[in-house]
Each structure stands twice: as structure tokens, then as C-alpha cells.
Design a protein around this ligand. Structure first.
Ligand code: MF3
Ligand code: CO
Ligand code: CO
Length: 274
């Protein structure tokens, strides 16, 4: 049985497994954190070009977060020591910034999670480096459509399974694989909280969506099979068949009538080309 608990700014924030239902303070906190996250991604296009290292991009993310009075939630998270994840081509998620340089034709996911005022804004977008082939661009477009079709289903009275199903149907219509091993998540004053938001599922299953629920939707879609494997660094997840993978992520809050996208781009840089 799904358990829900109403929370206010001074309710203990422990991870209990119950789904938190937040009030106006929560929406205000998430809006501020989410807009910082989106503003950071908005600043990146000039830097996501051939020859730049992913560590240089990580430095920009860290500085922008700290300058705004936030802290990168990934810094020191379960032993992770960077300010964002940068996942290139067949890397599904959790790519570690390094001295690797971006190359013409790469498709790149950059995932940022600033914590601001105690709230977490978690969002990622795909970036195209130089000239990207048609097949890769189509994967990126369809992955963005998957995220937005999922968000369309995020309204009170619908179920989490309605969100998952919309994503799965659209991806599989294009014969893409939907990653099962990683999912979206509740968030707020905790980075990863209940519920788990899987990206495949059946309509009218899972927890019912209620006003005040905060969670991410972050489908990872592969041109090939859905299977992933973890590299020896313990973080980097890649497609087993080395096919290209794409991902977009938003943090949302269920409202009385639908949902608010906390991490919507202030500059309108929703999907490439930017
Ligand atoms: N931002 C990722 C997410 O969407 C989590 C990254 S955790 C890290 O949930 F440690 F890998 F950075
Ligand atoms: Co997330
Ligand atoms: Co993220």
C-alpha cells in the first residue's frame, strides 16, 4: 500500500518510504532550486564544443552553483566527487567528469543537481557537439518527447503508471530500448526519496498522483537494447550493446490542476539545437 504524509517546512525530512505531500513553502523552495539548475544548463551551450574537457564543464557547474549560494548535491554523495554527471554517446548515466575532450558528433547528457535553501533541483538535457548524425539527433528528439509525454500525464487522479506507460509506448514505437536499471525519484529536501519513478509500466498502476508530490522524470532511451552495464569505476553506466543512449530530466510538482515544471529553462533552451 502506498503511504502518503503531508509535510511542512519544519517537518522532519527522513526517508521513510512514505510519499511526501508538500505545501506552498515546498513549492517555493523547489522553484528556486529548480530555476538555479535550469539557469546553469542554460549557460552551458557555448562550452559544450569540440576540444573542451568534461572536467572543465564540471568546474563551471560547481562555480555557478556556489556563486548562487547553492551546493552541488552530488559532491560527496555516496563517494561521488564531482558537481554534475556528463554522459557521452553510449554512456547511459552517471558519467564522471574527466580530462576526456568532447569530439565533433558526440551527444552529451549533462545532469545537474544544485541544492539551494535545503531543496534539490535535479535536471538534465542533451547537448549536440558540432555535426551530429541524423540517427543520433532523432534519438535525442524522441527522448525529449518521451519526457514531455510523461509530464503530460502528471496530474492529480492519474497514476504513476500512466506516466511510465506514455514514455514506454513512445520510445518503443521508435523501436528504442527503455532503460530499466535506473529510474526517476521523489525529491525535495532529500535528493532521492519515494516514490521510484520507472519509465516503463501499465496505465492505472502504481501510486496515485496527488497535489504536493514532488518527483523527477528522467527517461534513459537507447537506440539498441535496454540492457546496461556498470564500468569498473562503480558509477559509469553504459549500454551493453554500445548503442547510443539519451536522457532528459525534469523535477516537477503535482498541482491541483496538473503539474509545475520546477526546472523549465528560463531561456527556452528546452531541447537542442540551442
Ligand atoms: N542527478 C542524478 C539523478 O538524476 C543523480 C546523480 S548521483 C551521482 O538522480 F552521484 F551520480 F552524481
Ligand atoms: Co534525478
Ligand atoms: Co539528475
Amino acid at each position: 500500500m502506498t503511504e502518503y504524509v503531508s509535510v511542512t517546512a519544519d517537518t522532519p525530512t527522513a526517508r521513510t518510504g512514505a510519499i511526501k505531500l508538500h505545501g506552498p513553502e515546498g513549492f517555493a523552495g523547489m522553484r528556486a532550486a529548480g530555476q538555479l539548475a535550469a539557469t546553469i544548463l542554460d549557460a552551458l551551450p557555448p562550452h559544450v564544443v569540440p576540444g573542451v574537457t568534461t572536467a572543465e564543464i564540471d568546474d563551471i557547474v560547481r562555480k555557478m552553483t556556489l556563486d548562487a549560494g547553492g551546493v552541488p548535491a552530488t559532491l560527496g554523495y555516496r563517494g561521488y566527487t564531482h558537481s554534475c554527471c556528463i554522459s557521452i554517446n553510449h554512456v547511459v548515466c552517471h558519467g564522471i567528469p574527466s580530462d576526456r575532450t568532447l569530439k565533433d558528433g558526440d551527444i552529451v547528457n549533462i545532469d545537474v543537481t544544485p541544492m539551494l535553501g535545503g531543496w534539490h533541483g535535479d535536471t538534465s538535457r542533451m547537448f549536440l557537439v558540432g555535426d551530429v548524425g541524423l540517427k543520433a539527433r532523432r534519438l535525442v528528439d524522441v527522448t525529449y518527447e518521451c519526457l514531455m509525454l510523461g509530464i503530460e500525464q502528471a496530474k492529480p487522479g492519474n497514476y504513476l503508471g500512466d506516466v511510465s506507460h506514455a514514455i514506454q509506448v513512445h520510445a518503443e514505437k521508435h523501436r528504442y530500448g527503455v532503460v530499466r536499471d535506473f529510474c526517476g525519484h521523489g525529491l525535495g529536501q532529500i535528493f532521492h526519496d519515494a516514490p521510484e519513478v520507472v519509465h516503463v509500466g501499465r496505465p492505472k498502476t502504481g501510486p496515485m498522483l496527488k497535489p504536493g508530490m514532488f518527483f523527477t522524470i528522467e527517461p534513459m532511451i537507447n537506440i539498441g537494447r535496454a540492457d546496461v552495464k556498470l564500468l569498473d569505476d562503480g558509477w559509469t553506466a553504459v549500454t551493453r550493446d554500445r548503442s547510443l543512449s539519451a536522457q532528459f530530466e525534469h523535477s516537477i510538482g503535482i498541482t491541483e490542476t496538473g503539474c509545475e515544471i520546477f526546472t523549465a529553462s528560463p531561456k527556452g533552451l528546452h531541447q537542442p539545437p540551442y
